[in-house]
Design a protein around this ligand. Sequence first.
Ligand code: NAD
Length: 436
Amino acid sequence: MNIAIVGSGYVGLVSGVCLASIGHHIICVDNDKEKIANLKKGEVPIYEPGLDELMKKLMKKKKLTFTSSIKEAAKKATVIFIAVGTPSKKNGDADLTYVENVARQIAVNMDSYKLIVEKSTVPAETGKRIERTVKLNLPKKYRGKIDFDVASNPEFLREGSAIEDFMNPDRVVIGVESKKAEELLREIYKPLKTRMVVTNINSAEMIKHASNSFLATKISFANAVAQICDRVGADILKVTEGMGFDKRIGRSFLNAGVGYGGSCFPKDVDAFIRLSEKSGYQFNLLREVRNVNEDQKASFVRLIEDKLWIVKDKVIGVLGLAFKPDTDDMRNAPAVDIIKMLQQEGAKIRAYDPVSVENTKKILKKITYCKDPYALAKGCDCLLLLTEWDEFEKLDFKKIGQSMRQAIFFDGRNLYNKDKMESLGFEYHGLGRGVK
Ligand code: NAD
């Protein structure tokens, strides 16, 4: 099938590459001309394991092309996915400016039937708005003559395992309101041989917001329980292990740490709160999920302040900056707020991350970047673990501890064994590990 994907970021590019790899002809569009020029040269603008090789292979086979012209894409493709950003406005609403813009551009460039599919995460009832925008902007000569459908197909991939997630999804959700739209989308995903959840557009939009908000709730729940563990001498790792074996609960996302971040959970929780507010329901549970998450970062900083005693001029080494492992995405990474709070107290920050340094430089100032964890640790008054990269699991902590001025370790992801770290000479602080 000839498919266009508008927006070649984390979701658009991965979706384009994966759909090309299951046999479709894909044209990826972006209005960032530099990004498109680089993609045409085979340069991937993001860090995502496996993406680079797969993309180059499909470009060679001519299954995957790039353009900055929606006009060109709208002419060639029958199905057009919208995968542009939907960031938060100041009041928490999803900013749908880019979605509207793309819908309008598709409309003015349409000359035959198109299926327009929302892949971006959008609030319920956005499909109706897209339909109206396309109707209003369709050239006069085509009004009443050419047909189109709008559908919703939310994306559930996770950065860091995006290709695997796209190719082996737990389910594919499609929100459709015509037989033709359903058939086209079923045909597109047929090679994945996966479970399809077919619903109307509003429900599909709700599924995405409700899913992300539920996962954020699990994380905040674990963080709230961790706060109590610290106060009553229980260990959150054991508590979540014991809870997680219950099939009704499940172990995944029940992780205490410095909180969730990234480009999705914070903004999607905000947007869902706003959507419910506007619909006349106060989603106070989600407000508290957000509060717990914000407080988790502040509480981690309070712990550091308490243990360091004086923060001013202390050298703090940060292991890991990205919001999670295997990505270079720094959008809403907890590291950003934590570092800013410590810098305000006068701390000198050093940092190491395998891939996120360039993106961090765009957001944070006055950080000394180090070439590896060993160079980072030298002379530090404490180390903080903020991203649980695989490579951090095998570090030589004896060597690291010996090179520090004070061997204090704050484990913001509860990655390490407390007893082992203490036996290596560290004063170790995890979150919810039962020791104050
Ligand atoms: P992104 O910022 O990485 O990519 C968006 C791209 O759209 C950018 O390259 C931008 O230049 C382009 N763009 C903006 N306006 C455009 C226009 N008018 N024409 C053409 N291109 C345009 O964003 P992302 O992380 O890929 O997220 C996209 C959507 O998918 C969001 O709604 C997000 O919530 C959702 N989503 C993201 C993830 C994730 O893990 N990143 C997962 C699931 C869903």
